[in-house]
Design a protein around this ligand. Structure first.
Ligand SMILES: C[S@@+](CC[C@H](N)C(=O)[O-])C[C@H]1O[C@@H](n2cnc3c(N)ncnc32)[C@H](O)[C@@H]1O
Length: 179
């Protein structure tokens, strides 16, 4: 998965939109091969990056890609599903999920749970690059609208959408946990 150039570009672009600061505590859901985790760790140098993915195969790939940061105690990856998250000691500053929310059981409920893990003013970024055959810019726009609706229903505010012109385009919906 990580060998596709568009996957790497998509993940790096999404992290660039999140405005991660050095001391941030960030969680990624569905990290896959761990490209975004590596980018988050590069930015959150004095913070902590957590990742969950329910696939053993993905955990192995992401662990290999991020082994130095894991060894340094800056990244922690877990094999579990988004509906069985562990407790986090302190509130998170940001949460990200790239091409993953579409697979979650009851995503609106999951997003309510995720919002409860964020500090007031914490950010979330949900991105989608549709991978179905024949996907177009319209498919991306529709996916973005669905993510926006889910985030609003879960109580997030100030949603806005950014688009990266790949083929098909990537949409990233960013939103905030209200104060
Ligand atoms: C299409 S891949 C995207 C991977 C990566 N985010 C990327 O963009 O390259 C979807 C990822 O979400 C994970 N995933 C799907 N459902 C999940 C769930 N319920 N809980 C945790 N991870 C899940 C999959 O194992 C997979 O790694």
């Amino acid at each position: 998965m990580a060998h596709r150039g568009s996957n790497r570009r998509r993940n790096r672009w999404v992290v660039s939109l999140l405005d991660v600061r050095p001391t941030d505590r960030v969680l990624e859901i569905g990290f896959g091969p761990g490209v975004a985790i590596a980018e988050l760790a590069r930015r959150a140098t004095a913070g902590r990056v957590y990742g969950v993915d329910h696939s053993d195969v993905m955990l192995r790939q992401a662990t290999k890609r991020n082994k130095a940061a894991i060894r340094a105690g800056r990244v922690e990856l877990l094999c579990t599903s988004v509906d069985r998250l562990p407790p986090f000691d302190d509130p998170l500053d940001a949460i990200v999920a790239v091409n993953s929310a579409g697979f979650w059981p009851d995503p609106a409920e999951r997003l309510r749970e995720l919002r409860a893990l964020l500090r007031p003013g914490g950010r979330i970024a949900l991105a989608s690059q549709p991978r179905c055959p024949g996907a177009t810019a319209d498919t991306t726009a529709q996916a973005a609208q669905e993510l926006r609706d889910l985030l609003t229903r879960a109580g997030f505010v100030q949603p806005h959408t950014e688009t990266l012109a790949l083929n098909p385009p990537v949409a990233c919906v960013l939103a905030t946990n209200p104060h």
